[in-house]
Design a binder for this molecule. Structure first.
Ligand SMILES: NC(=O)c1ccc[n+]([C@@H]2O[C@H](COP(=O)([O-])OP(=O)(O)OC[C@H]3O[C@@H](n4cnc5c(N)ncnc54)[C@H](OP(=O)(O)O)[C@@H]3O)[C@@H](O)[C@H]2O)c1
Length: 292
């Protein structure tokens, strides 16, 4: 029989969405009693039943605030300012409000600080779908933490209780931090999907099967070596090959051609900075791809 989890501070969850229900379940497994969860839609009610069975479900987020010392505000980014303003009324000194938004810091919770509460912004650098399959992804997950000084160590322990790895982040760096994650994770989806479309247009039956070994190797190399992982025609200054690519891509899908041009220009400049191609080759490639 496994040992019972140690007693932890009670927590309430506003918003049983994709992330809120999962964080609530992980904190509960670490010994935090979940005193209440607020839901509005049927989907959120189902998610709460699945991930937080037996936790009191309420309609009014203010009831979550009344029932817990630590309150997670897991609502969409755009709803955070109005939720923070509304919940300043039931908030009391000594409470701690936590939000998991990446781009926002503590400023968005200012009305709650005015009410005497402390603030934590705690962003797991991971994607969540709101199912139990998300729970193991928290193990070792980096979590960007910005917190009022008085609750800095509590914030780090909340991350450890999730199984995550706290990474301190200054308030003024959060937008750039979040932009970097989105640039890599979201735009990678667009890039790979574009390549899949072009391969499909060439008649290849399963583009993912063809791409998988190459992309897995490139991702592993890039995470290890950064720019040094670069191979391909731009890294060799093979302007003729790039010219051929542009003609082929433009014929299949103009938008893919434009994306290729922008990325090839950035790639050429980075290849030039690390000395893989000469300044003349950078200029020649840039002129070719940016010529409209
Ligand atoms: N999902 C991820 O991969 C992920 C990763 C890192 C960080 N985050 C952050 O986590 C936060 C929540 O994202 P999510 O993906 O979980 O969104 P989501 O699935 O859309 O869930 C948001 C929840 O907030 C509730 N809600 C919306 N407006 C509300 C309001 N005015 N008052 C009370 N509840 C309200 C919704 O309730 P109903 O459904 O009942 O209407 C919904 O359950 C965001 O700040 C996001 O940036 C998400």
């Amino acid at each position: 029989m496994s040992a019972p989890a140690p007693a932890r501070e009670p927590l309430g969850v506003v918003g049983a969405g994709r992330l809120g229900a999962v964080l609530g379940a992980a904190w509960r497994a670490a010994g935090h009693p979940i005193t209440a969860v607020s839901v509005r839609s049927a989907a959120a009610r189902d998610r709460a039943a699945l991930l937080l069975p037996g936790v009191p479900v309420v309609a009014d987020p203010a009831d979550v605030v009344r029932a817990a010392g630590i309150v997670l505000l897991a609502v969409p980014d755009d709803a955070l300012p109005s939720v923070a303003r509304t919940l300043a009324a039931p908030a009391r000194p000594g409470q701690v409000f936590v939000h998991p938004s990446g781009a926002s810091g503590l400023a968005v919770l200012a009305p709650l600080a005015t009410a005497g509460a402390a603030r934590v912004a705690l962003h797991p650098a991971m994607t969540f779908t709101g199912t139990p399959a998300d729970l193991p992804r928290l193990a070792g997950c980096p979590v960007a933490v910005t917190a009022d000084e008085a609750v800095g160590s509590l914030a780090e322990r909340l991350v450890s209780d999730l199984g995550g790895r706290p990474v301190r982040l200054a308030e003024e760096q959060r937008v750039a931090y979040h932009a970097a994650l989105c640039h890599a994770a979201n735009h990678l989806v667009t890039l790979v999907a574009q390549a899949q479309d072009v391969l499909a247009a060439t008649g290849i039956e399963d583009p993912s099967v063809l791409l998988r070994p190459l992309l897995e190797a490139v991702l592993a190399n890039t995470l290890r070596l950064g720019d040094q992982a670069l191979t391909g025609p731009v890294s060799r200054g093979d302007t003729g090959t790039v010219r051929g690519h542009l003609a082929a891509l433009d014929a299949i899908d103009g938008e893919v051609g434009r994306t290729y041009r922008d990325l090839a220009a950035a790639t050429a400049r980075r290849a030039g900075r690390m000395g893989r191609i000469t300044a003349e080759q950078v200029a020649e490639l840039t002129e070719l791809v940016l010529r409209r």
